[in-house]
Ligand binder design. Structure first.
Ligand code: GLU
Length: 458
């Protein structure tokens, strides 16, 4: 059976690298099995969901190379959710409750002081029709709770009910449903909490594998019961560890600098840097600079996901970015180079790609090769530079020309090591560090090299 997975963000903010971990796990899993990936917007919260976030999420995923096979919106499926609500009510599995948050809070406190677990006691199930009418006459509106199947006929006598599933990341999982409160599925205002729409969608969209963060483990026990109550086959579940900062703090929408938009636009990172970090950190695979998602796919395996939090330091992303850039061929980047006015051909790209931290740095090196530079040499550098003017070979030049030049200057001046190479590098490129001089020299060309040397020798 071909896998069908989904990534289900709420469009209430921008997605960050932790969300991309979930998105890519789902995408890679579907693609590895020749299946489909659904982008499903969990936008039942009509006030907080915004079209601009839908667009931003689609843009971010596209930039990362994640193309959905289908896009779905929960806001267009309210009829399906209402039908499920009706089915559950008819089966006696969904009941109205009227407690206010304050009342529930007080009840939980009382349970705790008595040493009882703070599980909802199903008091609302005892309400008579008359009492309900009275409560509604007071202006109260019901919320609706799902009666968990954790009893043998008398809901006031819950009994241990292990829900067991084989989690593709965590192995066999067991959650006792008698320790869980009947979840609210529909709020007072008639809006749906995420639990029910998610199950109805997974059923109707034939989702075979639900891959999501481990913060959803308890939801899974409830949702497995819900699939059963709706007469549906449950998908396979996988709960991955969450990306956290080195301090252990989880990522959140508030951390704007870790949004994909900011990592792309402010930090100037490559999509593959984000993808590699998002997928491989917190697994037994080494974080290595793969150049494409298909290459990354061969290193992705849910069974390799660690149980410990996936700690990552945003500072490390720059270094990884440099390693990713180094993997990119001229064909991979030619269009982008042209777009930023830095296309100096394949030889230039090959000469500089090992020295870039960000793609935008390519423009600096393009300018070093093709434009003007200002050398900052010191007085003591003059003899080396003057000797280089005299020793400069005739063209044609190749990668070995710089070595020939340096040897000649060494013979003329006796300078060696840093004292030999640094003045030459600074005079010819205007920088104290950068790509190897060998490949750069023929790209800059004799005419420019000699005029730069002369300008520095004065
Ligand atoms: N909208 C939910 C979330 O972002 C989806 C969870 C799920 O994948 O089922 O947490």
């Amino acid at each position: 059976m071909k896998p069908v997975t989904r990534f289900a963000p709420s469009p209430t903010g921008k997605i960050h690298i932790g969300n991309v971990r979930t998105a890519l796990f789902n995408w890679l899993f579907a693609k590895a099995g020749g299946g489909d990936f659904i982008l499903r917007f969990d936008d039942t919260d009509l006030t907080r969901s915004k079209p601009e976030f839908v667009e931003a999420i689609e843009r971010d995923l596209r930039w990362l190379g994640i193309g959905p096979d289908r896009v779905e919106f929960q806001s267009k499926r309210f009829d399906a959710y209402q039908a499920a609500v009706d089915t559950l009510i008819a089966a006696g599995r969904l009941y109205p409750a009227y407690e206010t948050p304050d009342e529930l809070d007080r009840r939980r406190k009382r349970q705790r002081t008595r040493g009882l677990p703070p599980v909802y006691d199903r008091a609302a199930l005892k309400l008579t029709g008359e009492e309900k009418t009275e409560l509604e006459a007071e202006g109260r509106k019901p919320h609706w709770r799902f009666l968990l199947d954790n009893h043998g006929g008398d809901p006031f006598q819950p009994r241990p009910t292990p829900v067991i599933w084989n989690d593709l990341c965590r192995g066999e999982q067991t959650i006792d449903l008698s320790a869980v409160s009947d979840p609210v599925l529909v709020r007072e205002d008639g809006t749906y909490l995420y639990t029910l729409p998610s199950v109805v969608d997974d059923r109707d969209m034939s989702v075979t594998h639900v891959i999501r963060g481990e913060d959803h483990v308890t939801n899974t026990a409830v949702q497995l019961d819900l699939f059963k109550a709706l007469g549906a086959d449950a998908p396979v579940f996988a709960h991955h560890n969450l990306l956290t900062l080195p301090s252990g703090e989880g990522l959140s929408k508030r951390m704007g600098h870790l949004s994909i938009e900011s990592l792309r636009e402010e930090s100037g990172l490559e999509p593959m840097t984000i993808a590699v970090a998002a997928v491989l950190i917190g697994t037994s695979e080494a974080v290595a600079p793969y150049a494409s998602l298909s290459e990354l796919e061969t290193h992705f395996d849910l069974a390799k996901v660690s149980r410990a939090p996936a700690k990552f330091d945003p500072e490390d992303l720059s270094r990884l970015n440099g390693r990713v850039l180094q993997e990119l061929t001229y064909a991979d980047v030619a269009e982008r180079l042209e777009a930023v006015g830095a296309d100096g051909g394949e030889m230039l790209w090959n000469a500089i790609r090992g020295n870039l931290v960000r793609f935008a740095d390519a423009k600096d090196w393009f300018d070093v090769v093709n434009g003007e530079v200002e050398a900052e040499v010191e007085a003591g550098d003059a003899p080396v530079i003057a000797a280089a003017v005299d020793a400069l070979p005739a063209e044609p030049w190749d990668d070995a020309t710089f070595k020939t030049l340096a040897n000649a200057v060494k013979n003329l001046t006796g300078a060696k090591g840093k004292a030999l190479f640094m003045p030459l590098r600074k005079a010819i490129t205007g920088r104290a560090s950068g790509p190897e001089m060998g490949p750069l020299l023929p790209l800059i060309g004799r005419e420019k090299v000699i005029s730069r040397l002369r300008a520095s020798a004065q």
